[in-house]
Design a protein around this ligand. Structure first.
Ligand code: HEC
Length: 151
């Protein structure tokens, strides 16, 4: 009798886990779309393109972007941290990625303010952007290269 109950409970849990995983994926997509929209609304992407000149020595973006000193930056807004396959991230970046952290607007803002404070011993040797508008514009520019923006 008990065994049957456990079996039933097990089957129920499996079914509900699958349903949860599905709705969770949809939720994540929604959240990413919301972050992209917020990023676009929060800054001037055209002005951000000029700020991006400071990043070009190490990062490519757009179609055909490849790894330079840093990973390509397509699909960053709302994405998991440190997820570009084949890129050798620093230990600090891997630790953040292992925590399951996502590049929300706030996290990107903190990274661009002072990379060294955001990622322990990061490989990204960039001092940071003190100007708040520069950071918001840059995040808006990155959002134009996030696929969720096209949906
Ligand atoms: C001197 C080279 C260099 C410059 C300049 C630089 N970066 Fe980076 N960036 C890197 C490296 C290397 C990493 C990987 C960091 C790590 O593993 O600690 C990185 C990581 C990142 C990440 C996280 C990527 C991921 O896959 O999660 C973002 C976002 C980013 N950079 C954006 C920028 C932006 C925007 C600028 C311009 C303001 C910039 N970077 C300037 C080298 C650079």
């Amino acid at each position: 009798m008990k065994l049957v109950t456990y079996a039933l409970a097990g089957a129920f849990m499996l079914a509900s886990t699958a349903a949860f995983a599905e709705s969770h994926a949809a939720e994540e997509e929604n959240t990413q779309l919301m972050m992209v929209e917020a990023a676009l609304a929060g800054g001037d992407a055209a002005a951000g393109e000029k700020v991006f000149k400071k990043c070009k020595a190490c990062h490519m973006i757009g179609e055909g972007a490849k790894t330079r000193t840093g990973p390509p930056l397509n699909d960053m807004v709302g994405a998991e941290m440190g997820a570009y396959e084949g890129f050798k991230y620093s230990k600090g970046m891997v630790a953040l990625s292992d925590e399951g952290l996502v590049w929300t607007i706030d996290n990107l803002d903190a990274l661009f303010l002072k990379p060294r404070d955001f990622i322990a011993k990061t490989k990204m040797s960039f001092a940071g952007l003190k100007n708040e508008d520069d950071r918001a514009n840059l995040i808006a520019y990155l959002a134009t290269f996030t696929t969720a923006a096209d949906d």
